[in-house]
Ligand binder design. Structure first.
Ligand SMILES: Cc1cc2nc3c(=O)[nH]c(=O)nc-3n(C[C@H](O)[C@H](O)[C@H](O)COP(=O)(O)OP(=O)(O)OC[C@H]3O[C@@H](n4cnc5c(N)ncnc54)[C@H](O)[C@@H]3O)c2cc1C
Length: 381
């Protein structure tokens, strides 16, 4: 069922603009980029050239000033390319880092960093996770010690999307020795600063994303690179993650829909024991069940998007989406691999690749277990 809003102009025209871009600039290269485990940096600039970065950001911050629904359409159409790794890099830049800068950057940071980032001149990255602490961000060890007009930053971050391609890392740092959320800040760290070590990590999926480990060995960062004060970093980070999780749900619903649609076509064509597999009751029922779960995920997501667009308090619902949509898309992809048979087990099969990618869905931006715990807390259980 199509969400009614999307049948209206100007959404239809915008969707066509994005679709055309994906068909011309992304889809012809997907297999090659996946094989090379790489995406071209210029892709971001190409998107900016079509006004496809920061579409819902205010015009005075370099954005297009369009509604949040345009971001939703953009995420859906990018997901259709099935270039899952790069879509993740793109969303981390546009739906995590950029909104944080819109909210927190000083006029100088806006001019020097936000504006060129919206023009696609470079990637931004959010560096919060550490190997030692993982999900437990309150235990962040990377510290930024103020000395005169500079912070001295030391510590390590791991699994950071865009970490080795970004020009700036929005880094979660401990600014005071007390271990609580009020001693954490977000610091802009330029990746060309002295005494930084950045290593691109080899991952088992999402090969067209960029995942990195970063070591800060007493890096000197100007004091005014702190974003929004030195004590509210954790609060801003959690807020920013809500938007990223919501957009992730939008993208994963579409990805799962694509996978399911292609699987249905395949099952209708593939004849076994004298009839198409789609006529076998056990398979029909499985597909019907998956389609029902997907539709529930989509309609729930659109409802939450509507609340988010109106700036309603939808944090609890976003956590529900982070659990339900991310797990549902993972389940659909896994089931479809099975329904495709051995062909989807072959190394370069598109579905084998997406299956590998999908294993990260319930880890990145908060694991399912931690999300359930967070939700239970919000429900005051
Ligand atoms: C592809 C990818 C991209 C990422 N991009 C970024 C990024 O851009 N920036 C960034 O900062 N981080 C990023 N991350 C890191 C991600 O946020 C972490 O993987 C996540 O927070 C979990 O940390 P961890 O992997 O160390 O798992 P751990 O915290 O070590 O957890 C291990 C297991 O224990 C479970 N567990 C942990 N705590 C609890 C609990 N309290 N109760 C029950 N079970 C629990 C977890 O659910 C998990 O199954 C990325 C990760 C991936 C996979």
């Amino acid at each position: 069922m199509q969400y009614p809003l999307f049948s209206q102009e100007p959404y239809r025209t915008f969707r066509k603009t994005v679709r055309d871009f994906v068909v011309e600039e992304i889809e012809p290269h997907v297999d090659q980029w996946e094989r090379q485990e790489h995406f071209p940096n210029e892709l971001l600039k190409l998107m900016a050239g079509k006004n496809l970065i920061g579409v819902s950001l205010p015009k005075d911050k370099g954005g297009q000033g369009l509604s949040f629904w345009h971001e939703v359409i953009l995420a859906e159409e990018l997901a259709k390319s099935k270039l899952v790794g790069w879509a993740m890099s793109y969303l981390a830049h546009t739906n995590m880092a950029l909104p944080l800068l819109v909210k927190l950057a000083s006029p100088k940071q806006q001019a020097d960093i936000l504006m060129p980032a919206v023009k696609g001149e470079f990637y931004l990255s959010l560096a919060a996770t550490e190997f030692q602490n993982g999900s437990d961000l309150v235990s962040t060890k990377t510290e930024a010690v103020l000395q005169g007009d500079k912070f001295l930053v030391s510590g390590e971050k791991k699994y950071i999307t865009n970490g080795s391609v970004a020009k700036y890392l929005i880094t979660l740092v401990r600014t005071k020795s007390d271990k609580n959320i009020w001693s954490l800040g977000l610091l802009l760290v330029p990746t060309d600063v002295d005494k930084i070590g950045i290593t691109k990590l080899k991952t088992s999926g999402l090969k067209t994303s960029d995942t990195a480990e970063i070591k800060f060995l007493q890096c000197e960062i100007p004091k005014d690179y702190i974003l929004g004060g030195s004590q509210r970093g954790f609060y801003y980070l959690l807020n920013g993650l809500m938007r990223e999780r919501l957009m992730g749900a939008v993208a994963l619903n579409t990805l799962a829909e694509q996978v399911l649609e292609q699987t249905i076509t395949y099952l209708k064509d593939k004849v076994r024991f004298s009839e198409p597999l789609s006529r076998k009751q056990v398979i029909r029922h499985r597909v019907a069940e998956l389609a029902s779960r997907l539709e529930a995920a989509k309609q729930f997501t659109y409802n939450v998007c509507a609340g988010f667009e109106k700036e309603e308090q939808v944090d609890q619902e976003i956590i529900m989406l982070k659990i339900y949509c991310y797990e549902t898309s993972q389940d659909i992809i896994k089931e479809c691999v099975h329904l495709f048979g051995a062909e989807a087990f072959m190394q370069n099969h598109w579905l084998a690749r997406i299956y590998k990618d999908s294993q990260a869905f319930t880890l990145a931006a908060g694991t399912s277990e931690v999300m359930r715990d967070l939700l239970a807390g919000m429900m005051r259980l």
